[in-house]
Ligand binder design. Structure first.
Ligand SMILES: Cc1ncc(COP(=O)(O)O)c(C=O)c1O
Length: 371
């Protein structure tokens, strides 16, 4: 019998995630599986929570990884914090803001969308006007919009909500580990992320944190959380002192995330962010030399997700296929209205290195030359 796993190629992952995984994280994933209630595993869980707090810059007690990918983190935030009829404002300028609208709407929230053009950031003055005009139980935004490469002004929006009763919910799936995230300073109440982007762990966990204000909203619910698996009141009992069984924790994924955070904290977050910035600038430079343009205006660009305009006359799918087959490099396509118009070039986590940028730019030049 042929085993397909024996023929997996080494691909340079320069798409919108997953990113390349460092050897230490692969090694951690293959360590011996412990019982999910084992006392040594408890120590690993406690340290993991502390490392997540450090990378998120929060003191929140409930800071844990949810079993599931980034979307499970999104679902966990909304399902615990939305009650039917709650007014929710979703600031939207890409696919993931739209996904938030879908998730919140399914829970019976009265969803308002404040829309900004794809490829441009949310404008704090417009958000201010909207929240002065209407009162919302939750305001939600995506920090790093992976579908467009735009960074939204999360800190500025948080400042507008300071001292209010509104819960501020932020998606940091693509930002965490690649740019600064200051959960407490930015007044964020509910934050989720994913392991497969700048944390450079395979997909499978969604780090999440709730502030005291979010916990008060959760504990004050009139109705039960309508999803048993993601009910934070139950999950908190497993990750807290009582260690009450809820579901079997994905033990080896937790080792992987532990190691991924360990690697980032050892390198030092500031240095990691600088590495992301420098490789992004090197990429922009290389692309410019090839005559290519970026979708997003410079001040709003994300370092880890670069939206590159497809030049006229280039078959974008054929180019991606050749990069994958001839050069062993993966990049991403545009989504929704940007399909066919952009490539999404990820420089996330372990991938974000100048040597990878140089390899990609050289490959791109070759493919464009022979088109
Ligand atoms: C900003 C953002 N939010 C949420 C998600 C969903 O995460 P996942 O695909 O891991 O479920 C993604 C995935 O790309 C994302 O980029």
């Amino acid at each position: 019998m042929k085993n397909l796993l024996e023929n997996i190629e080494e691909i340079l992952l320069m798409g919108p995630g997953p990113s390349c995984v460092p050897p230490q994280v692969y090694a951690a994933l293959s360590r011996k599986t412990l019982g999910h209630l084992d006392p040594y595993f408890l120590d690993i869980m406690e340290e993991l929570k502390e490392m997540l707090r450090r990378i998120m810059n929060t003191k929140n007690n409930l800071t844990i990884p949810i079993s599931g990918t980034g979307s499970a983190g999104m679902e966990a935030c909304f399902v615990n914090l939305v009650e039917p009829g709650d007014r929710v404002l979703i600031i939207t300028n890409g696919v993931f803001g739209m996904r938030m609208q879908d998730v919140a709407g399914r829970l019976g929230a009265k969803v308002d969308a404040l829309e900004f053009a794809w490829g441009t950031p949310a404008v704090p003055e417009a958000v201010e006007k909207k929240i002065r005009q209407d009162s919302y139980k939750i305001v939600a935004v995506v920090h790093a919009e992976t579908s467009t490469g735009v960074k939204n002004p999360v800190a500025e929006i948080g400042a507008l909500l300071k001292g209010s009763d509104t819960i501020y919910l932020v998606d940091t799936v693509t930002s965490l580990g690649g740019i600064e995230v200051m959960m407490d300073d930015w007044n964020i109440d509910a934050l989720y992320s994913g392991t497969q982007k700048c944390l450079s762990c395979p997909p499978g966990l969604a780090p999440l944190s709730f502030s005291d204000k979010a916990m008060a909203k959760l504990n004050g619910r009139k109705t039960k959380v309508p999803n048993w698996y993601l009910d934070m009141t139950l999950i908190a009992n497993y990750w807290g002192k009582n260690r009450v069984y809820h579901h079997t924790a994905p033990v080896n994924m937790i080792y992987g995330l532990y190691e991924a955070l360990f690697v980032i904290l050892e390198e030092k977050p500031d240095k990691v962010f600088r590495r992301h910035r420098e490789s992004h600038l090197a990429l922009v430079d290389g692309l410019k030399n090839l005559g290519l343009k970026m979708l997003v205006d410079e001040p709003y660009r994300l370092p880890m997700l670069n939206a590159v305009c497809v030049p006229d006359g280039v078959d974008e799918l054929a180019l991606r296929r050749r990069l994958r087959s001839e050069f062993k490099i993966e990049i991403g396509a545009g989504l929704g209205p940007l399909a066919g118009k952009i490539w999404r070039v990820g420089l996330m986590g372990h991938t974000s290195r100048k040597e990878n940028v140089a390899r990609f730019v050289a490959a791109l030049q070759e493919v464009l030359r022979k088109k």
